[in-house]
Design a binder for this molecule. Structure first.
Ligand code: KG4
Length: 358
């Protein structure tokens, strides 16, 4: 049995997990589970790395403890190298370097999105990815289609031309009164709402591998809001202050919006899967947790669709451990002088790794 530790500090959460043979979750820890209060108030940017600094030792130690192993039993230390905020990434990366050096085990720098792509493989029972596969990244940071011809081979073939699906949900969710993350709250409200109360646009034009959420967003906002000063103009001006109309049912809007988003995403994804003749579709990222998306896409897709376990749709350390294991198995690791890559297109993953491999 080979154990890989995965560390991710690319977002506001400090995350770590241990995976056995790249397939089985031995532990999965995040900051919120530790509930360790931050002590000092500092500026916003410092705050992120400061939080990571105060949590990282605890999170990693808990991950190793929960896995029922000692540090010596780890076979590699895998860590998110990018993309993300430099100060946040460097905290994780430097901790991982120190640990790898201390226990004499290889360091493996992982691309955050590659971690997400490995997350459906962590569903049980284990099943390898069948290539070529189409990956839909449906999150706040990205909404992108990737053609995957093999492990480590990623070709970005399209995605949103404006907002990501997560941004769309957050912007409308804010007007509906939902705090971040609005997606799970929208899903909850949609359960008791009427999905045909509003007929929000969900047209998918042509067959280019593109998505656009702007039309839907503007149509929803113009339907459910009024300008703060009075009646609703036909088209809300960009940046204008808007407020929810008093007669709007949040549950009905949530149900109708969720259905429109899921149909839009599913229709385009199914179309691309057909055109690219892939063997399967993998959907990853926060929005992949949505049950209606799972149902509609599974029904519309010409090939099987795989999703991560719900708890692995959002960021986690486990997926970094799983992605890193693939490199370990291949005899690849990184030198201890690699730096964080704040902007790191997935398509450039190979060249960045080749430069740093030891
Ligand atoms: O991948 P992710 O966790 O991180 C970012 O890329 O930021 O995605 C976050 C997005 C948020 O907009 C959140 O509201 C959305 O994923 N999300 C969901 C659900 N759970 C999280 N959207 C719809 N349904 C859900 N159940």
């Amino acid at each position: 049995m080979r154990y890989t530790l995965g560390i991710d500090t690319s977002s506001s959460d400090t995350l770590a997990g241990v995976v056995i043979d790249g397939k089985t979750i031995a532990s999965d820890i995040n900051t919120s589970r530790l509930k360790h209060p931050a002590k000092t108030k500092v500026s916003e940017f410092q705050d992120l790395s400061h939080d990571h600094l105060s949590y990282i030792g605890l999170v990693v130690e808990q991950a190793v403890l929960d896995a029922g192993i000692t540090y010596d039993q780890l076979d590699a230390v895998c860590v998110t190298r990018g993309p993300g905020l430099a100060s946040a990434l460097e905290t994780g990366l430097n901790f991982a370097k120190g640990l790898a050096l201390g226990i004499g085990k290889p360091l493996i720098g992982v691309h955050h999105l590659e971690g997400h792509i490995y997350s459906p493989r962590l569903a049980q029972p284990f099943k390898d990815i069948e290539f070529p596969a189409l990956v839909l990244i449906a999150s706040g940071g990205a909404t992108e289609f990737i053609l995957m011809r093999g492990y480590g081979q990623y070709e970005s073939i399209g995605g949103t031309v404006d907002d990501t699906v997560g941004e769309t949900i957050e912007k409308i969710g804010k007007v509906l009164g939902f705090n971040y993350p609005a997606g799970p709250l929208m899903e909850q409200a949609a359960h008791v709402g009427n999905a045909v109360a509003y007929n929000f646009p969900r047209t998918v034009r042509g067959d280019e591998p593109q998505l656009s959420f702007n039309g839907l967003k503007l149509a929803v906002l113009s339907e459910i809001t009024v300008a703060s000063t009075g009646a609703a103009p036909k088209k809300p001006a960009a940046g204008a202050k808007r407020q929810l109309r008093a007669d709007v049912s949040v549950n009905d809007v949530s149900a109708s919006l969720q259905t429109a988003i899921c149909e839009l995403l599913s229709k385009r994804t199914a179309q691309i899967a057909q055109k690219t003749a892939v063997k399967e579709v993998l959907v990853v990222g926060g929005v992949a947790a949505n049950q209606q998306l799972r149902q509609i896409l599974t029904k519309q897709s010409p090939v099987p669709v795989r999703f991560p376990p719900i708890h692995l749709c959002t960021n986690n350390g486990v997926m970094i451990a799983a992605a890193g294991y693939a490199y370990l198995e291949n005899g690849q690791s990184d030198s201890l002088d690699i730096g964080a890559l704040t902007l790191w297109p997935l398509a450039e993953l190979q060249s960045a790794r080749q430069q740093s491999v030891v």
